[in-house]
Design a protein around this ligand. Structure first.
Ligand code: ADP
Length: 401
């Protein structure tokens, strides 16, 4: 079976063609600058990407190009049997992946207010794909779904409860597909069993979040109503005192839009360093002695360590910590710094294993470490493909024909 996995941003469309049964990635790529005078598509695996100039006025034209390109690149004609769509916000309604029908589309639209940067783009992708491939099942996989097991005490904010009743203002959490994947993978490759396990998953990429996973279920996570709070991110501020917003409006005479943009696009590692959001570049400059880059990295690691401590408390101890995503998978230096000073909590890295684990699935803790520490590459697309396959197989017919 071939599943096309689609992840749409406001001007981008990422895709992977996966056979979920063999877990094989067949093709992948991204179309960027959708809606601009000329768009750019990059297709193929990391070692030999090929770039194309593309005319894509909207997501539908981008997807049309992708579908034609998939056929061009395959030896035989490719039959796509299902499409899996990444959807960022499922509100409180979706605890699992679902077959997309009109009702699901309405619910994704209802969550626009909760994720104004993401859900509209995700829906664009769904509508384009349903129009181009109406005869096959389309499945939505939500970033929030894995966190729907978080108990009420952990998801309620200390605000008047009518705000939750009326507007569903609460902690949701994101990167759920990634936290789910790496926690399940840990049970596959370690001797830990899901029952009786206390795991902290650290998704450290451009966006960053952590989750406390008890017996395989998420019971707390660092993001909230939106993906803005929690850890320091590439351009997002993570946790800040909400009063800062009022202070900025008053002192700098900023509009709400400007504050929104400051916190989402010009803060985090970029804001602190005044140089870059990209951890690789920051590590390089820090090494050369740039003080602001050094400080940005220190704040990033300090915040992450603080959340580890918090989840040790939430879980009443910890059996394993898992690092994943761009930084978590690839940076021994950041993992070392995040875990440093946690010896009294039973965390001891093995420096050589840590160094060796760059983009590899590996245990990186010392043999005498009470807490196991792992680096596990995430694979959100595979989860989406597997869910789409399962749901497509049970769907009698698609709602679109
Ligand atoms: P996204 O949230 O966009 O999916 P990724 O998970 O791809 O982000 O993570 C991107 C981040 O990972 C960037 O900050 C990048 O610098 C960082 N990164 C990738 N490789 C390395 C590396 N070898 N060392 C340090 N950071 C890395």
């Amino acid at each position: 079976m071939n599943v096309l996995v689609i992840n749409c941003g406001s001007s981008s469309l990422r895709f992977q063609l996966i056979d979920p049964r063999s877990r094989r990635l067949l093709q992948k790529g991204i179309v960027e600058r959708i809606g601009a005078v000329s768009s750019v598509a990059t297709v193929g695996m990391e070692d030999k990407p090929v770039r194309h100039g593309v005319q894509a006025a909207d997501h539908r034209e981008a997807l049309q190009w992708v579908l034609e390109n998939i056929q061009r690149n395959a030896a035989d004609s490719v039959e796509i049997q299902a499409v899996g769509h990444r959807v960022v916000h499922g509100g409180e309604r979706f605890h699992d992946s679902v077959l997309i029908d009109e009702e699901v589309i309405d619910a994704i639209r209802e969550a626009f207010d909760l994720a104004p940067l993401h859900n509209p783009a995700n829906l664009e992708g769904i509508l384009a794909a349903v129009r181009l491939l109406p005869e096959i099942p389309h499945v939505a996989v939500f970033d929030t779904a894995f966190h729907m097991t978080i108990p009420r005490t952990a998801y309620l904010y200390a605000l008047p409860p009518r705000l939750y009743r009326r507007y569903r203002v609460r902690r949701y959490g994101f990167h759920g597909t990634s936290h789910y994947f790496v926690s399940r993978r840990l049970f596959d490759i370690s001797e830990l069993s899901r029952e009786n396990s206390r795991v902290i998953t650290c998704h450290l990429g451009n966006g960053a979040s952590m989750a406390a996973v008890l017996n395989g279920r998420s019971i707390d996570t660092s993001m909230g109503l939106t993906p803005l709070p929690g850890l320091v991110m590439g351009t997002r501020c993570g946790d800040v005192d909400p009063s800062i917003i009022f202070y900025l409006i008053e002192k700098e005479e900023m509009s709400l839009n400007e504050v929104h943009s400051l916190l989402n696009r010009y803060s985090g590692l970029l804001g602190l360093s005044g140089f870059a959001a990209d951890m690789r570049l920051l590590l390089e400059e820090a090494e050369k002695g740039d003080r602001r880059c050094q400080e940005a990295i220190e704040v990033f690691c300090y915040q992450a360590r603080g959340f580890l401590g918090r989840y040790f408390a939430v879980l009443n101890g910890c059996d394993a910590i898992v690092f994943t995503a761009g930084i978590g998978e690839n940076s021994p230096e950041i993992r070392r710094r995040v875990c440093s000073g946690l010896e009294n909590l039973g965390v001891r890295l093995d420096p050589e294993r840590n160094q060796e684990a760059a983009g590899k699935e590996m245990k990186i803790s010392a043999d005498d470490s009470r807490v196991q520490v792992w680096a596990i590459p995430t694979n959100e697309e595979l989860v989406i493909a597997i869910d789409a396959q399962k749901i497509a197989e049970t769907a009698k017919q698609t709602p679109w024909v």
